[in-house]
Design a protein around this ligand. Structure first.
Ligand code: NAP
Length: 311
């Protein structure tokens, strides 16, 4: 628990997985004096009132940002421009305006022109998530030991960056600063391409003629089910990610296609050595991820397994 809240008044625009997790974490850690939130639909706003995890649920974005010293847009990337334009006249001078979008170049381009000079714009992306969405899906621990990348435009007030850095650290995240362009390249290979591959393979399996859908589901433990978790991610969010990070995704996709062709050739030629060398290299990457604490070392992602022993 911190001695004093980092911000007197925090406004969260959008209350889904990410907004809901920020709200719960900030409350638990005492990072905000007061949290006001809003969502697009009456249904979500009513649910947030029932959940009783924020101080105020308001009807409009303008009302939410009034007097807030930190405003975070927790909405799909494609909605950020219109919301930035809408809230701009209602922002308190000196406020920090941020977001959580999974793409940064497009969000900066979309939001920055609307924001007044009197506020500090510090875009952010917490690299943490699940395949769930909506007001019930958030939890306070989501960001613990996960990275949050800040992409402040050149010349951003250093004190504002430090305050947002401290806020995310308070939520348990590790914070790194990079340019929006570099962020988009890094995330294209670590997040966006894996999602595209998962969406592709699950769709392909669904359309196969020779293997029935029920067989795909029945024998999914052979590897397929691990793709289905990613392919169950929110369609609106991921549509927006691919539209907004087009260039970086296409660049990574080009490299991926070349590597896929190499492996295809190795299989066709029966080149076991090439396949073994490749798989050994990728296994080491998995070990590295476990070693730095970004995943569990438990076998099969820690899934519980029934016992064969009799009671
Ligand atoms: P979510 O659970 O679907 O919640 C989205 C929220 O945004 C809802 O409150 C929704 O309101 C509101 N919203 C949707 N469309 C809107 C619009 N056009 N204008 C205003 N508000 C709108 O989504 P999420 O997973 O929290 O994702 C939010 C942001 O976080 C996205 O930009 C995403 O790229 C980023 N992000 C997601 C993850 C992840 O794994 N999910 C990880 C890191 C970053 P209603 O409920 O009323 O529709």
């Amino acid at each position: 628990m911190n001695a004093a809240p980092h911000f007197q008044r925090v406004a969260l625009i959008g209350f889904g997985l990410i907004g809901g997790s920020i709200a719960r974490g900030a409350k638990l850690q005492g990072l905000a004096g007061e949290i006001a939130t809003t969502a697009r639909s009456e249904k979500t706003r009513a649910r947030v009132v029932e959940l009783n995890v924020v101080d105020r649920v308001v009807e409009s974005n303008a009302e939410a940002v009034k007097d807030a010293d930190l405003v975070i847009l927790c909405i799909p990337v494609g909605a950020c421009a219109a919301v930035a334009q809408e809230i701009a006249p209602h922002l308190k001078p000196g406020a920090i305006v941020s977001d959580v979008g999974s793409v940064k170049g497009a969000v900066v381009k979309d939001m920055a022109p609307h924001l007044p000079d009197s506020v500090h714009f510090v875009p952010a992306h917490p690299v943490a998530g699940t395949e769930h969405s909506g007001p019930d899906s958030g939890f306070a621990e989501l960001f613990i030991n996960r990275w949050c990348i800040l992409t402040p435009p050149e010349g951003t007030d250093a004190a504002a960056i430090d305050r947002l850095h401290a806020f995310w650290s308070g939520l348990g995240a590790r914070v790194e600063i990079m340019t929006p362009e570099h962020h988009d390249l890094v995330l294209a290979i670590t997040s966006h391409l894996p999602h595209l591959i998962a969406y592709t393979i699950v769709g392909t399996a669904d359309e196969l003629g020779q293997v029935t859908s029920s067989e795909v589901i029945k024998f999914s433990a052979g590897g397929f089910r691990d793709f289905t978790r990613i392919a169950a991610s929110d369609p609106t969010m991921w549509r927006d990610v691919f539209l907004a990070n087009k260039e970086a995704v296409l660049e990574m996709l080009g490299t991926f296609n070349e590597d896929l062709s190499k492996l295809t050739r190795a299989i066709r030629r029966g080149d076991g050595e090439a396949l073994f060398e490749h798989f050994t290299r990728t296994r080491a990457i998995r070990r590295g991820i476990v070693e730095i604490g970004q995943d569990s070392a438990a076998p099969d992602f820690g899934r519980p397994h029934p016992s064969l022993r009799k009671e």
